[in-house]
Design a protein around this ligand. Sequence first.
Ligand SMILES: Cc1ncc(COP(=O)(O)O)c(C=O)c1O
Length: 425
Amino acid sequence: MPMRFSERTGWNTEESDLARAHRLRREAGLPIADLTASNPTRCGFGYSASLLQALADPRALDYDPQPRGLLPAREAVCRYYADHGVALDPAQIVLTTSTSEAYSFLFRLLCDPGSEILIPQPGYPLFDFLATLDDVRIKAAPLVYHDGWQIDAEGIRRAITPQTRAIVAVHPNNPTGHFTKPWEAEELARICRAHGLSLIVDEVFLDYAIGAATESKGETGRTGAGQETRTTAGLETGATREGSDAPWSFAAGLDGVPVFVVSGLSKIAGLPQMKAAWIVATGPERAQALDRLEVIADTFLSMNAPVQWALPAWLANRTEIQQQIRSRAGANLAELDRQLAAFPTLQRLAFEGGWYAVLRVPALEPDEQTALALLERGVWVHPGYFFGLPESGWLVMSLLGYEREFRAGLITITDYFRTNQDGKT
Ligand SMILES: Cc1ncc(COP(=O)(O)O)c(C=O)c1O
């Protein structure tokens, strides 16, 4: 008898054409300008060796199984939110090994098999897998673009069914870089209250608001409108709180709505390898929610002691890496805009935060083909459909890579569109 697998793991695990082409090129030792690089530990940033010393705390020799996480670590998370103007009680926090695990705990808290969750589209591709593994169905909470991204409230309302349990917002979103504005948060709260839904907010990119004004050419790709538009981060775009440079956090809660904020060290402290994240629970029934989350966490007790003892120091030192990341992303963004200025058919969409830029390109062939053609020329970019954008006309690039590599990759991209695609129009 052949082994019987679960239906939920019935994925097509065959290598895609794009993945194969990338592997073959790497194996052949051919150069690749990687415009998808988003692992901060491999982008040449300076990490202090003292970060590892924090792991040698002798208190970690004791095993104290605390399902919500050790108190000093949860207090450190509270200090992080205090820096964002939100006062929290450590009892509102549950530590997890990753944001992914935090999602899984929340799906198990809120959903039965077949329940539905709305996730932002375009958005983070891992949601599909996270939901499938917990027998949850996902539906799109659409974002629309008009001189900047915004939620499509009507689209969200239409997607809600009696099976819907929660809406996910990513603040700011990956890859659109869209910060949820206060008016959008209010709209989401109204929808959640009307339908008895929870709101799950992923704030892993919260501290990466685009500090300087970011410019974007108008919607020139197809309409040829050609006008310049300007978006300014900070208060005007609703990314920061009044009287503060720090971005505003949903951890403050929303009236009458169960809000669960997930975040962690992978982006905030640039330490994805350390595996530490958290859930903040707010809202009217948070005590019951936290009791249940505690049982879920107690079942796995997945946090290890050295990381929990080190977490306060890592969070306290986060600005060191955050500054490097912001400065790299800012420099690459400036280079992107400089190179695109001469190409009216390539448009960088306006965004307010995060590490990614979305490019609107002539939709003359499937983006998979474009990505393959660019790879043959030595540049690796994401086709937009990875993130739920349409099949044609969108590329997504990370702003985290080495500046020289990023610049060279962009030259190849603009050359490609000049020589190949301009000829077809
Ligand atoms: C929106 C979003 N959430 C969560 C994560 C992953 O976080 P973690 O490493 O804590 O699972 C990512 C990683 O890219 C992400 O883009």
